[in-house]
Design a protein. Structure first.
Lengths: 441, 479
């Protein structure tokens, strides 16, 4: 039997609170059909109930830190759909992250794993400069095609084989990027309603600068000054999901201080994964009033737009759309009615029902890279439902989902577009007189 | 020399390695269903995808004289899917396709692993639903419902699973594929469909089911009635039925259960109520108002404090969500619970509910109550600490006394969860040795070597209840 050895599970690292949380699972199984990995393979070990059972067994000393524990822990998407389904309110996300943290030193260190945790997570995504260079290379690569030998060699050198195979997942990288050299301010148009700050994240600046631009324009158009504080950094979600709690803490502290400005009415986030992580900072620093103050201001952009007196676009756009719900909005933050209502109220837009719209698309941060097979299986199922829906356009609210869905429709040779909800709204405002058409990035 | 292969190896050859689980670390998650008091680890788990594969699996197991059983979502509450004698679990979660929906004949043909609620969702746009609605509907399977003859809140008016099954395809322990029943209401000859429904997976493995679809009622009204005493609530139930009114559902929830629901789900039950009744009537819109008025009058004359009709679909859904997820919500107020599903004649409801609390007090355990009141089907929720050996023993004793009381009052040991391993030792309270022997003879016709789901329903020779406390103690939180 393949076992990494009989390390016993570091029981003491589960706090009493976490043990209590674990006990809240009553083994009813009501969460099973909501779990994408269980739906995919039908195995109890890959269901929320099974994973909690493993945690309990590990805590009780019945199983050690074996390959199977690690395998099933790692196959979890941390999409938290099980939390939405659980009548007992088991906080699964918190428990699985803790378990990941504990198994992480015992994971077999493949080249991919090392590359991700050392190079990407600890260096690349935290440096704006490195990301810029990288995005530049990818831009050239995508435009030049595979014949260009030099770039090809460079890519080979920079990325492990498995990642190269995944290059197709990347959307076209735009040439323009979002600068972060100094704090930027974009003033409201028309009557001023307030002043907000924008959280811009790490890779978003490079892959989706247009989502930031759309966010700024529609906020300006609705009367808000938008400030982008310079000192902000990555939210730390990926670090926390992969079990790097130390790094998560450092990033959190940096962000809390970067946004410590009481002229901001809110901290707007347009990536659901990031807004969820920022709102979770109190798990990292419990009972800290400064952290609480920070969290209170964090608003996902869909949430914020439904709280304000939103300006309905004047001209209709006749499109049939579906909305695929980002896990980090619906399951982590309970935000589901707001974006749907926003979309439904847009003139001309018909929002069609989508089967399993509340199931993960399989992106889940670096999951596409670490668990490619499962990720693709989940994605193809999603795209099949999208095909059945009869929509011409897919709307979501998180860049990770955008990348994944975009890849999914290209895999099946469909010609559909995937838009962030703010891009949709932005495009509908475009023809209104005085709408801020350009944003100087 | 010819190599002989072990059963697991042969199963791997049949299905491929990724559909056979045999790593002991992984097998532990299959040691119990939603009844965590009884446990046993299987030797292997297989995931077939077709009737033919199920047939090949049962054949191999029989040849190796190894016990085996079907398992679906594992939401059973009587240990039905627990591998009491080890052996091989045939996990049916991958056989989850709806094969046919025929609106003209109002039937659907499904694989056994289709989730109960998914069938309803698939036909809801045409105003149909699958009538059996166990509270576990969002997770349990139709195969599991047939095996346990599951009921639900709406059983009161619409009947249990057996009233909605027309036919099925089954696989015998030695691998023969046998079709029973059909697409019509009644087939000539013995009613084998009726016999298989509720046989708790001991007669054959169901690999396809033909079920009836039920048209949605034209109109529905849901009433929440708040009482100061459980007794007043249960008397109201009897009074309503005595008036000749058959509501679609009539559910009772007491204070402790409400407190669990409201901690996390916040569906709007009044937390200071001693008991609430959830009453639903459905049918032609014009007739409902009068009936509802009468029900409200009866409740008020039994000292109900509030009798309020749900105003919106959302309110109605919330009320039902609270009721259906009560058991799941217990995690908020206890590390473990144990429930049974004893039945009493409806008129004895006040008596048995008072008895549950009295018996709980006697053993120092908290008890909440939810019940399908219209059917006299109780679910005493016995809360205990699984790390406390005494409490575990007492929980079992409490349940046993309650079951005894049900029988004394003219009821039965199970209304819907099945006997399984949980209540096999109580069967003798209801049936004489001779009766049991007759039933076993029927089982032996279909399951002669008793390799299919052994040690279920009938008492075993070994020590009663088979709860090995030494073994379970290691399992901290789970028992
Ligand atoms: C929160 C909660 C609420 C519940 N509420 C209700 C309720 O209101 N009413 C009610 O009746 N029950 C209820 N139950 C019990 C349970 O959900 C039902 O018994 C359900 O029918 C079991 O379905 P399953 O798919 O989970 O089957 P499993 O638990 O996997 O299996 C149950 C039994 O069926 C057999 N079986 C399963 N599939 C097959 C097959 N294809 N062929 C042959 N045998 C098979 C198994 O061997 C086992 O003996 C509840 C359970 C929970 C946890
Ligand atoms: S996590 Fe919640 S829903 Fe899932 S088995 Fe445990 S208590 Fe039930
Ligand atoms: S977080 Fe998602 S993948 Fe993980 S167990 Fe829960 S539902 Fe399944």
């Amino acid at each position: 039997m393949s076992q990494t050895g009989s390390y016993s599970f570091p029981i003491d690292l589960f706090s009493n609170d976490e043990r209590k949380l674990l006990q809240e699972c009553i083994h009813c199984g009501l969460c099973l059909p909501t779990c994408p990995t269980y739906v995919a393979n039908g195995m109890e070990m890959d269901s929320p109930r099974g994973r909690l059972y493993f945690m309990n067994a590990a805590l009780g000393g019945r199983i050690g830190l074996t390959d199977s524990l690690i395998k099933h822990t790692d196959l979890c998407l941390i999409c938290r759909a099980c939390e939405s389904a659980c009548p007992s309110g088991v906080r699964f996300g918190q428990l699985i992250e803790k378990t990941r943290d504990l198994v992480s030193p015992h994971r077999k260190q493949t080249r991919i794993n090392k590359w991700i945790s050392n190079t990407i997570l600890r260096r690349v995504i935290l440096s704006h400069r490195t990301l810029s260079v990288l995005a530049g290379i990818i831009w050239l690569y995508q435009r030049a095609g595979i014949q260009w030998l030099t770039i090809n060699t460079l890519i080979k050198y920079l990325f492990p084989k498995k990642i190269r195979a995944l290059q197709n997942t990347l959307p076209q990288i735009p040439l323009k990027r979002f600068g972060k050299n100094k704090t930027q301010i974009f003033p409201a148009t028309g009557e001023k309603q307030g002043r907000v700050s924008l959280f811009t994240g790490c890779v978003m600046d490079h892959i989706f600068p247009n989502v930031h631009a759309s966010t700024i324009r529609i906020l300006n158009w609705n009367g808000f000054d938008v400030v982008i504080p310079k000192e902000q950094t990555c939210c730390g979600a990926i670090h926390s999901h992969s079990g790097d709690l130390e790094m998560t803490k450092q990033l959190a502290l940096k962000n809390i201080s970067a946004f410590n400005d009481n002229t901001f009415d809110a901290i707007i986030v347009n990536a659901a994964g990031c807004s969820a992580q920022l709102k979770d900072y109190h798990h990292i620093f419990p009972n800290d009033p400064e952290v609480e103050r920070f969290i209170k201001k964090v608003r996902d952009v869909t949430e914020f737009l439904s709280e304000i007196d939103f300006r309905i676009p004047e001209s209709p756009l006749n499109q049939k759309v579906v909305y695929d719900e980002p896990c980090h909005l619906i399951h982590a933050q309970g935000i589901t009615k707001e974006p749907k209502k926003l979309i439904d109220n847009l003139p001309g837009i018909t929002l069609l029902p989508l089967m399993e719209s509340d199931h993960c698309c399989g992106n889940a941060g670096i999951y596409t890279v670490t668990q490619t097979e499962m990720s693709i299986e989940i994605l193809d199922r999603k795209v099949n439902f999208i095909k059945q829906s009869g929509a011409d356009l897919i709307i979501t609210a998180n860049p990770g989902c955008q990348i994944q869905l975009d890849w999914g429709i290209r895999r099946q040779n469909l010609s559909m577009n995937v838009l962030h909800i703010v891009e949709l709204i932005d495009s509908m405002y475009q023809n209104e007189p005085n709408y801020p058409t350009t944003i100087n990035l | 020399m010819k190599k002989t292969f072990s059963l697991i190896e042969q199963l791997q050859q049949l299905l491929g390695k990724d559909r056979v689980i045999s790593n002991p670390d992984e097998l532990i998650v299959f040691e119990c269903d939603a009844l965590t008091l009884h446990k046993n680890i299987p030797e292997g788990v297989v995931l077939p995808e077709s009737t033919e594969e199920v047939s090949a699996i049962t054949k191999l197991c029989s040849e190796h004289k190894t016990p085996f059983l079907a398992r679906a979502s594992g939401t059973g509450l009587s240990g039905g899917a627990t591998p009491a004698k080890g052996g091989v679990i045939i996990q049916l979660s991958r056989m989850n396709q709806i094969l046919e929906i025929d609106y003209e004949d109002e039937i659907a043909v499904v694989q056994p692993g289709v989730i109960n609620l998914h069938l309803t969702e698939a036909v809801s746009s045409r105003n149909y639903h699958f009538a059996p609605d166990p509270s576990s509907e969002k997770a349990c399977t139709i195969g599991g419902n047939v095996a346990e003859n599951a009921g639900g809140p709406h059983t009161l008016k619409y009947g249990v699973t057996t009233n909605h099954v027309l036919g099925m395809k089954t696989v015998s322990p030695t691998g023969e594929i046998v079709e029973i029943g059909g697409r019509c209401e009644d087939s000539p000859g013995y009613d084998l469909t009726g016999l298989f429904t509720g046989s708790e997976g001991t007669l054959g493995i169901i690999t396809e089911v033909t079920v009836k679809l039920t048209r949605n009622p034209e109109s529905i009204k849901t009433l929440l009635v708040v009482f100061n005493s459980v007794e007043d609530a249960s008397i109201s139930v009897s009074n309503i039925i005595a008036e000749g009114i058959i509501p679609a559902a009539m559910e009772l929830i007491d204070q402790l259960a409400i407190s669990a629901v409201e901690q996390h789900l916040n569906v709007g039950y009044p937390t200071d109520a001693t008991a609430v009744l959830l009453i639903e009537i459905d049918g032609v819109a014009t007739s409902l108002d009068k009936e509802m008025k009468r029900i409200q009058q009866i409740c008020l004359s039994n000292r109900a404090m509030i009798a309020q009709i749900a105003r919106t679909d959302k309110e109605r859904e919330d009320l039902w969500r609270g009721r259906k997820e009560t058991v799941g919500a217990l995690g908020k107020i206890t590390p473990a619970y144990y429930t049974n599903d004893g039945v009493v004649p409806r008129s004895k409801l006040p008596e048995i509910l008072a008895d549950t609390i009295r018996i709980g007090n006697k053993y120092g355990l908290r008890i909440g109550n939810i019940c399908h009141a219209g059917d006299g089907n109780i679910h005493p929720l016995i809360l205990y600490n699984p790390d406390d050996k005494n409490e575990v023993e007492n929980a079992i004793k409490v349940s046993e006394e309650i079951i005894k009381k049900c029988i004394e009052l003219g009821g039965s040991i199970t209304g819907e969860h099945g006997v399984g391993t949980e209540k096999s030792e109580y069967l003798g309270m209801m049936f004489s040795e001779e009766d049991q022997e007759q039933m076993k003879k029927i089982r032996d016709v279909f399951n002669p070597d008793y390799l299919l789901n052994p040690d279920k329903i009938f008492p075993t020779q070994s020590k009663r209840n088979k709860i090995n406390l030494k073994k379970t103690k290691k399992l901290k939180g789970w028992l």
